[in-house]
Design a protein around this ligand. Sequence first.
Ligand SMILES: *Cc1c(COP(=O)(O)O)cnc(C)c1O
Length: 414
Amino acid sequence: MSWSTLPPRGRSAAAILDELDALRARDVDWKSGRAFSLAYHAGPDVLALATEANARLLSANALNVAAFPSLRRMQSDVVGAIAGLLNGGPEAAGFMTSGGTESILLAVKAARKRGRERGITEPEMVLPTSAHAAFEKAAEYFGVRSVRVPVRDDWRADPAAMAKAIEPRTVLLVASAPQYPQGVIDPVAEIAALAAERDLCCHVDACMGGITLPMLERLGYPIPPFDFRVPGVTSISVDLHKYGYTAKGASVLVYRNRELRKHQTFFTDNWLGGLYGSSGVLGTKSGGPIAAAWAVLAYLGEEGYLRLTREAREATERLVAGLRATPAIRILAEPEATLVAFTVEDADTFAVGNALAARGWVVDQQKPPPSLHCTVNAVHGPVIDEFLSALRDALAEVRARGATGEQRAYGVTE
Ligand SMILES: *Cc1c(COP(=O)(O)O)cnc(C)c1O
């Protein structure tokens, strides 16, 4: 039974932690690679370091980095490291945020503010249908109309169609590297060129790819340019709590320069409490995720991320080969990074997803079109064969029962 009021008396820490462990016993077993979504794992050493660094700064408050200069330094190191990976150069500037959603919210808010300075009062943004749901959240929160443009047959954004959707009140164009649903990289250079010609903001959502793609490039994979080397790109988001393998609550939003970044920050003295400034959506902000990110980046270094990226990519390739060898499974797009989407041609795709869930495997269920989605990370190397065999079992069961399934959502509220 859930609580309906405060427990009248406290209990021992040991008893509480026992109950906490009992509660989490039914959570998806992500450390064993059962989650092809939501959680990432680079091994017990990385997790232990992230946990310890997180604990040491958990109650420190990044709202005021003058009081916590440790957090100022660590944030600056982390932003510098990511800006460097993105070829940002000495002008690049950014902040850490609590996650991809906050990074995207702030990129949209900054574009809106820049547009307002140019007299645009009813702003719009032009983005492909594949861009993340967080842009719709930003549209609703900030009153920026979302103008969605259908992707091409290859699931990539269609720059020509986006160009036609641009209006005088457009403030922002969006590209993703890679986009979440089918795992392909949008033609960033063409979209950024449209933005540059019209002096618009161009945000590249590299929440998934911001670490993986630079590492794949170093490993010799052909990666189309998506970062600040592309003229016209004004900001890029990179989630550390995904392929940075750090603790939850960490993303980076980098701008090409400070002039662009200034539209993100907020200052007021219009209350009785004096001057108040903050970089992001949050006020009080735990130092834990900042410290964990700093520690994990320091621990892994480029060498570590190269290894983890190679492991994740090889697992992705083995998954794709196994799916290709499975009758009636169709992969939607050749994955350019580590995300794989596939559909089932002779049975209900979501029912297959539910049958996998009943076997302890979490994959995303998405539409349109109905498909299953795997975010493959370094933890999955040893379990790809097991997953493929669970998938074959799930397929057989759904075909035998003629089952149909309700879609399970990737984000849920209760
Ligand atoms: C995960 C993700 C987001 C949202 O990030 P959260 O950390 O879940 O808030 C946005 N865009 C892409 C491409 C993502 O993969």
